[in-house]
Ligand binder design. Sequence first.
Ligand SMILES: *[C@@H]1O[C@H](CO)[C@@H](O)[C@H](O)[C@H]1NC(C)=O
Ligand SMILES: *[C@@H]1O[C@H](CO)[C@@H](O)[C@H](O)[C@H]1NC(C)=O
Ligand SMILES: *[C@@H]1O[C@H](CO)[C@@H](O)[C@H](O)[C@H]1NC(C)=O
Ligand SMILES: *[C@@H]1O[C@H](CO)[C@@H](O)[C@H](O)[C@H]1NC(C)=O
Length: 452
Amino acid sequence: MNNNYFILFCILAIISQVQSVDPSCKGIINTNPILHDEPTFVNSVPNGKRFVVGSGYDKINIVHLYGGTPYDMGLALGKLMSEDLQHLVPEYFAYLDNKIEDLIKTLPPLVAKWIAELGLLGALDLNYEITRFYTPPWYDEELRGLAAGSGISYENIRRLNLLPELIKAACSVIGAWGQSTLSKTTLLHLRSLDWDEKAPIAKYATVTVYHPNTSYEGYENHFHDYYKQKYSGSYTFANFGYLGLIGSIGAYNEVSVGLGQKVWITKEQDITSRFGNPWTYVLRDVVQFSNTIDTVLTMLVNAKRTCSVHLGLGEYHRNTSIASDQTIDFLGIEYSAKEFNVFSWKDMYNTPNHPILDDVVYWDPHPQPSNDTCLGSLLVEHYGHLDAPTIIRNITSQLRTGNTLNLVLDYAENAAYLAYSAPDDPQGPLEAFNRVHTRLDMAKLFAEPAPK
Ligand SMILES: *[C@@H]1O[C@H](CO)[C@@H](O)[C@H](O)[C@H]1NC(C)=O
Ligand SMILES: *[C@@H]1O[C@H](CO)[C@@H](O)[C@H](O)[C@H]1NC(C)=O
Ligand SMILES: *[C@@H]1O[C@H](CO)[C@@H](O)[C@H](O)[C@H]1NC(C)=O
Ligand SMILES: *[C@@H]1O[C@H](CO)[C@@H](O)[C@H](O)[C@H]1NC(C)=O
């Protein structure tokens, strides 16, 4: 374990509403219900099925894709979601274009310069050119399928997928298990995304469930080239994110390996690189192709990494025949081109404002080591009683984290609880952490049969 802590800078706008237990917690308790609705079937195409869950501003698309090749899965996604993609792509780029002046101020100088000189689309194309040699071929294949199926140009689909490489988000990570939880037997994993809660992509909230079967055969050697790890199969997994983004910002697989991300902005600018495999693609590959934390770490260490991000990485083995040292583990990771540091709960900072808690790994959205007392005091208060509803009702809304997407995974339940922001809801609330959350039965989603 590496104890090199870096000074981290994150930006989170905190707007004071109702004060709670700890005055540094500026949010309110989320009293909204947690929905347990069954997804309803919409339609199917070869290699794909579309469902929706929730209604109105809380609607989430659930898209199942079956291998076939990566191209086939992209094609199915494009066909199922073509109308939505036709709206999303121009709408989102127009939105970004409108706020580009503000955006540029928040970006690393090099990226700001690219955008100033080439425009946003040109900068995204440049990013493609300098990352393509490090990007496994199955991404381009899936993107080409997605373009063909949706009628959106391949270039625009590709640009959409490289946005996370240029534009960063804040966010929080919690991994909590053992004595900290109500059940004592589960692993809870929070992945809250503090990004742009007003962005129109919120309307295209999508959980994509990939059911690859033989799809990645033929890529075994490529796989080894990119990750220095023997290819041992592709798992069924879910991406929790937005329509059209095929990389991962938060993901979970059928053998209960889960990964979430949080920004890691450090003073040491030279630890990042623009040349490598885009981080959302590395995260997806890790969840798609790993069944233990050891495999994940090997892949992450060997990947040609780019940006600096924090990761929360969980594993929970309900199937004890999978060789692993333990059934439950959770690690916090500092990930960047040149630095790779791994933290167990024992390596968390131990300051009065951020106490070490047995079996809890946590990072709040603030500069680290955080001097904000809110998350530490909420975790102390709810220690031993943590479950997904408590995190949603009593923690994320009080901490005001997860404004764009709030996701809690309960590994023993094999369930995901999530909410997205709702920029168009006239009644509000805007932020995901204050909204109705939906519980998804992941075992059921992973078992969804292919279309006939
Ligand atoms: C957690 O939030 C719920 C409302 O959703 C509230 O009834 C309960 O009292 C809160 N628990 C604690 C310990 O604050
Ligand atoms: C893989 O899935 C595709 C599409 O659902 C199906 O046509 C094919 O038979 C499956 N192959 C295997 C080996 O299960
Ligand atoms: C457990 O994992 C092994 C190895 O991946 C697999 O062969 C077996 O079918 C799994 N059993 C269950 C019940 O999922
Ligand atoms: C937290 O407070 C300590 C002591 O006042 C200070 O040295 C440190 O820089 C602060 N950390 C951050 C991230 O602001």
